[in-house]
Design a protein around this ligand. Structure first.
Ligand code: TYD
Length: 214
């Protein structure tokens, strides 16, 4: 009998403008081409409730604790109603941002208390006594100044995208701290390279884990 496939949880992270979007879609396509069922999702968001919370977080001014509570509330709903059921049915879940973004933006950018974020992380990501986090986090690393230049012409900025270079330096440092704390989970992608070279780095990480049959 064919053995049931194990669910895989992969998150994408990086400062705004690092260029995650096209590669997220391409990775989903690569898994589908190898015969896997894929759930492609994002945070904040991924459920009807969480998408409402996303609109608030991205558009309404609020203090950093309120912001953290809203992104974690969205995450709880997303985890329980989409991510865990998909993983339990053996799917590959690819998520555009997850909790590292909260440590980076709320913890780093807004300098919110990391102990409180760690407590919220424990509460929100523990379901039936099991703590769940991504199996792999692909971290797109790019100099905040280059990222800002890429964003200028791209679109109307949201509340985070309009922040200063100094804010994004802090976001970058906080991602670095998370990566150093969980080196087995994080893979660094040098996002300053060409689109093709970035893709090659990314797909090599996945192949080295033997997660693709093709
Ligand atoms: P982003 O992936 O950049 O969406 P889009 O490319 O469609 O604009 O995510 C939206 C923003 O939300 C981004 O600036 C980072 C921010 N964010 C937080 O501040 N905290 C979080 O926990 C998450 C998940 C995102």
């Amino acid at each position: 009998m064919k053995q049931a496939q194990k669910g895989l949880f992969i998150s994408f992270e990086g400062i705004d403008g690092a260029g995650k979007s096209t590669h997220i879609q391409a990775l989903a396509d690569a898994f589908k081409a190898s015969g896997r069922a894929v759930t492609l999702t994002r945070e904040p968001g991924g459920t009807a409730l969480a998408e409402k919370l996303r609109q608030m977080v991205l558009n309404d001014p609020m203090d950093a604790l309120t912001e953290s509570l809203l992104v974690f509330a969205a995450r709880r709903d997303h985890l329980k109603t989409v991510i865990l059921p998909s993983l339990n049915s053996g799917q590959v879940v690819i998520c555009d941002r997850f909790t590292d973004a909260t440590f980076a933006y709320q913890g780093g950018g807004r300098e919110f208390d990391l102990t409180t974020l760690t407590q919220l992380e424990r509460w929100v990501q523990s379901v039936d006594g099991v703590f769940r986090e991504p199996d792999l986090t692909l971290w797109f690393v790019l100099d905040p100044r280059i990222a800002a230049e890429r964003l200028v012409s791209a679109r109307v900025p949201d509340r985070f995208e309009s922040q200063s270079a100094q804010f994004f330096d802090k976001v970058h440092q906080a991602y670095m701290k998370r990566a150093l704390e969980a080196p087995q989970r994080f893979a660094q992608i040098d996002a300053s390279q060409s689109k093709e070279a970035v893709w090659t780095q990314l797909i090599d990480v996945i192949r080295n884990k033997k997660w693709l049959n093709t």
